[in-house]
Design a protein around this ligand. Structure first.
Ligand SMILES: [Zn+2]
Length: 82
């Protein structure tokens, strides 16, 4: 597997102005623990999974309580702001 490179800083989901489509699936996923579904306290970070990627192509949302990570791939540019 190629090395992943984090782009920018991790921050809280509630501070990151994430589009709802990135978090709705997590909030609605009954297979996840309640702490993970409460994404407002989770940390979000953007990554490049390829050295030649021009923009971040993966998002990791990490639960602040249990540290479980949810992955979102094919993340477009400019989707995380604030
Ligand atoms: Zn959790």
């Amino acid at each position: 597997m190629p090395d992943r490179v984090q782009i920018g800083e991790s921050r809280k989901v509630k501070d990151a102005v994430l589009e709802a489509r990135y978090t709705d699936g997590i909030k609605a996923n009954k297979a996840l623990k309640a702490c993970c579904r409460n994404v407002d306290t989770s940390a979000v970070s953007l990554w490049k999974t390829h050295a030649d990627a021009k923009t971040p192509d993966m998002m990791i949302i990490e639960c602040d309580v249990c540290k479980r990570k949810q992955y979102r791939t094919a993340v477009g540019p400019g989707r995380i702001g604030g």
